[in-house]
Design a protein around this ligand. Structure first.
Ligand SMILES: *[C@@H]1O[C@H](CO)[C@@H](O)[C@H](O)[C@H]1NC(C)=O
Ligand SMILES: *[C@@H]1O[C@H](CO)[C@@H](O)[C@H](O)[C@H]1NC(C)=O
Ligand SMILES: *[C@@H]1O[C@H](CO)[C@@H](O)[C@H](O)[C@H]1NC(C)=O
Ligand SMILES: *[C@@H]1O[C@H](CO)[C@@H](O)[C@H](O)[C@H]1NC(C)=O
Ligand SMILES: *[C@@H]1O[C@H](CO)[C@@H](O)[C@H](O)[C@H]1NC(C)=O
Length: 377
């Protein structure tokens, strides 16, 4: 039997749900309207002869019509709530007791594993409990920590490189290939098609094929696994491979297409982002609207949409790349890191990543990683 109190609660929940849906619909419509009609102009360059050699138009970036679109966005502010656990270079997660004031009793660690035959779902596996440290068995984990009375103190996803047991080739006689891409900008993208540019370009440089042609058919029901991506060639030659791209809903091989059945590379960052979205369904749904507001320097919450917990997402992705390089020092490598969110829709955010990109390049140089690799940036 449903009690009076419970019924009224259910009724309220129903109303709230509908109100929420209503607000969402109004919000999204308003957002599309703004993007369509209020966004600044954009420049489209099309070569009349699509088979001719590629040409890059010469535009004066200091033209006053162009300068009008540039302004300084507010710095990215993430939560001050720093990480309670850290992962060392030896596959082990530790509780950071100098950060806890000896408050924590125990933590649980769940592997985040991608579902097979589905590039859009991850599962959080059974928790493993620890009160000091724990050996890791996958790249991505969900950590929850509880105090003495069982209150949840901390909940966050963490990443690292869980070193494969494969015996990879050394880079003694060959160069590794490292690619750090920042997706181009085009306004008005969101309510139209996102991928009219990136997809064919990525297919060209990653598979040497023309996207949508009979050499690289695109079928919304067929995974891309059989396509001749260059990372397969590297794997065949004994290299260790990595692919990281942010913005899971819109990433190149997943937007309106099914992505990969098996993990395409030895290390694949996508499940980490899927895990984040699984944890914050509400925020990930309105992510684009929040970015739009943030671009206008309008504050919605305390922290930026460009963050995950205490760091900007592009920093996490660069850090994953660093860990990949450190873990496989002296091995032949193929690494691809592709950033979308910070650059795709709004030209001005990318400035905010300047220092982090510089830091990454310095890391490559000083760590000696450029001695035996070709970097595309
Ligand atoms: C790495 O972990 C293994 C297994 O827990 C341990 O035996 C070894 O001493 C650790 N190495 C370092 C450098 O901490
Ligand atoms: C542990 O926490 C302290 C205090 O917040 C911090 O200074 C330190 O860097 C942390 N250690 C690691 C290894 O993350
Ligand atoms: C962890 O601590 C909580 C709170 O004290 C307790 O309920 C739980 O049983 C503990 N779990 C393990 C595996 O010790
Ligand atoms: C790894 O490969 C190298 C060269 O191919 C070989 O010399 C070495 O014995 C291999 N190591 C293991 C653990 O299989
Ligand atoms: C990569 O491998 C495919 C399939 O074996 C081959 O057709 C292609 O030529 C290779 N590409 C390069 C650049 O070696």
């Amino acid at each position: 039997m449903v009690g009076e109190k419970q019924r009224s609660r259910l009724w309220k929940a129903g109303i709230l749900k509908r109100m929420f849906a209503g607000i969402m619909i109004v919000g999204i419509s308003l957002f599309c309207y703004l993007v369509f009609f209020q966004a600044p102009g954009h420049f489209v360059y099309t070569h009349a002869n699509t088979h001719a050699q590629c040409m890059i138009p010469q535009i004066n970036p200091f033209d006053k019509d162009i300068l009008a679109f540039f302004w300084q966005p507010d710095p990215i502010v993430c939560t001050k709530n720093t990480e309670l656990v850290y992962i060392d270079d030896n596959d082990t997660v530790h509780i950071n007791y100098s950060r806890t004031n000896l408050e924590v009793v125990n933590c649980s660690c769940q592997n985040i594993i991608r579902e097979t035959e589905n590039d859009n779902e991850v599962v959080f596996r059974l928790p493993v409990w620890f009160s000091k440290s724990s050996k890791l068995t996958s790249d991505f984990i969900k950590v929850q920590c509880y105090d003495y009375s069982g209150n949840l103190l901390y909940e966050r996803l963490h990443y690292h490189i869980h070193k494969s047991r494969k015996n990879f080739t050394s880079d003694e006689n060959r160069f590794s290939v490292l690619i750090l891409g920042i997706d181009g900008i085009h306004f008005k993208g969101i309510c139209k098609s996102w991928r009219e540019n990136t997809f064919p370009n990525m297919v060209a440089f990653l598979a040497g094929r023309i996207g949508y042609s009979k050499d690289f058919p695109v079928d919304p029901n067929v995974f891309f696994d059989k396509h001749p991506f260059i990372w397969n060639n590297f794997s065949k030659d004994g290299a260790v491979t990595m692919y990281a791209e942010d913005w899971p809903r819109l990433s190149t091989f997943n937007y309106a297409v099914p992505g990969f059945n098996q993990s395409p590379t030895d290390h694949y960052f996508r499940p980490f982002y899927l895990g984040i979205n699984k944890m914050r369904k509400y925020q990930s749904t309105i992510n684009e609207a929040l970015l739009f507001l943030e671009n206008q320097n309008i504050k919605v919450g305390e922290t930026s949409t460009l963050c995950y917990s205490d760091k900007p997402k592009h920093v996490l992705q660069l850090d994953y790349f660093k860990r990949f390089l450190k873990s496989y020092r002296n091995k032949l490598k193929f690494g691809l890191s592709w950033l979308n969110e910070i650059s795709h829709d709004y030209v001005n955010f990318i400035k905010l990543a300047d220092d982090d990109l510089l830091d990454f390049l310095v890391f490559l140089k000083e760590g000696g990683y450029l001695e035996k690799s070709v970097l595309f940036f």
